[in-house]
Design a protein around this ligand. Structure first.
Ligand code: ATP
Ligand code: MG
Length: 392
């Protein structure tokens, strides 16, 4: 019965001239999200509102599900849109709305009218009373409750009239594209997809980099990362996924450096490469799935040692999260089942039995000097052979 959605968004974040940017980005992201849904949609702004008109054959559930992934949306309201043909007709439409939208008609209710269209013959208070009366006449078992109504009926009298009673929660946050772009280090694990989701929720567009170590890591491990990128792209919009062949660099580090420092040195090279591609793609920050103390490479000292090679800020949105809290989000955003598929990760292949947990940057730098002979060439080859996949 619903051919139109009214989209509610956070008003507080968008005072003044940011409003246009915010709304335009939101419209763009809504259009992008609806590309995944069968049917034709018309998304438009009107009088400080965003509406979506849907073609008759559209799938309601799929549409709502897609919209629930668009950051910046606070509420999704399926509305009945009617022409303004006076007070009597409005009453008829409200009764028709309740008849169609609900099976039972014995609940308490309250009518909330807004009347931006001042030429409508009665004001909002009068409309509330009039429509309440019409509802009681049509459905004798319903009753008015102004304090805790079971059903809240919203009526907006604009050039057209919008009637709705349901506000389906959206994900909140800011529309992607309003807060710059960042490069996500995306592994096949549980954490990094969640980190990407979190940063994107603040309005950041994402690209990603994955370090692949064939033949130590398989094609299926790479496919898993592509699948994860696809899942989060429903929230973040298109992602350019950079697949870096990291094998030679890893083997070289393994060959030359103390084994208890392998992880930290390897991570420093990951950060250097990620920062290079961030520069190439106009990103302003790096994003990782690290959480303080989770593993040896995520102590304060280790994080400092990996940071030391970058000049861009490194965002770690999960830094204060427990594993279970991360898992809860991974389940909510549907990455968990993919993340736990048991494929090897390049970080787990070359690990030492007893990695340093409090690396000293000067000692690490000294170890890295042992790579002087070939590392520049290996880095160049890794950058030159990186494959870029567009994930939508
Ligand atoms: P995740 O669950 O995200 O894999 P993790 O708990 O396994 O994280 P680490 O292996 O220490 O932690 O990796 C920390 C972060 O480094 C990851 O969250 C990710 O951002 C990045 N990272 C690790 N391995 C890779 C990889 N192969 N490709 C891209 N990024 C990686
Ligand atoms: Mg991992």
């Amino acid at each position: 019965m619903f051919q139109t959605f009214l989209i509610k968004y956070g008003e507080i974040a968008i005072k003044g001239k940011n409003r246009h940017l915010f709304e335009d980005a939101l419209v763009k992201q809504i259009c992008h999200a609806l590309k995944r849904v069968e049917g034709d949609f018309h998304v438009y702004k009107e009088q400080g509102r965003i509406y979506i008109d849907c073609d008759p054959g559209y799938d309601y559930d799929e549409t709502v599900e897609a919209l629930q992934k668009v950051f910046g949306i606070v509420g999704i309201c399926p509305v009945m849109k009617c022409a303004d043909e006076g007070v009597q007709k409005l009453g008829d439409d409200v009764v028709k709305f309740l008849r169609q939208a609900y099976d039972r008609h014995d609940q308490s209710f309250k009518v909330f009218t807004r009347r931006p269209k001042k030429s409508f013959p009665i004001d909002s208070m009068e409309a509330n009373a009039e429509l309440g009366g019409r509802i009681l006449d049509a459905f004798p078992d319903m009753r008015v409750d102004v304090h805790e109504p079971e059903l809240q009926l919203y009526v907006e009298i604009r050039d057209e009239i919008f009637i709705y009673s349901k506000i389906i929660p959206g994900p909140g946050g800011m529309p992607v594209g309003t807060n710059g772009r960042a490069m996500l280090l995306l592994s096949g694990g549980i954490d990094s997809p969640v980190a990407g989701y979190m940063i994107s929720k603040r309005g950041v567009s994402l690209d990603a980099v994955y370090f692949h170590a064939p033949p130590y890591t398989s094609e299926r491990a790479k496919q898993k990362v592509i699948d994860l990128a696809k899942i989060i792209a429903a929230y973040t919009g298109p992602i350019r996924l950079h697949v870096v062949n990291f094998t030679e660099i890893q083997l070289y580090i393994y060959d030359k450096c103390p084994h208890d420092e392998l992880t930290i040195i390897m991570r420093r090279y990951m950060m250097r490469i990620a920062e290079y591609f961030a520069g190439e793609t106009n990103s302003h920050a790096l994003v990782t799935g690290e959480s303080l103390g989770q593993v040896a490479s995520q102590t304060m000292q280790s994080l400092a040692a990996t940071n030391e090679v970058c000049t861009m800020p490194v965002f770690r949105p999960l830094i204060g999260f427990d594993k279970q809290e991360i898992v809860d989000i991974a389940q909510k955003i549907d990455t968990f089942e993919t993340s736990i598929l048991p494929f090897e990760d390049c970080c787990t292949i070359f690990v030492a039995k007893h990695p340093v947990t409090k690396p000293n940057v000067n000692i690490i730098k000294r170890s890295e000097k042992k790579l002087a002979e070939k590392i520049d060439e290996l880095m160049k080859t890794a950058l030159d052979t990186t494959e870029v996949l567009l994930i939508e």
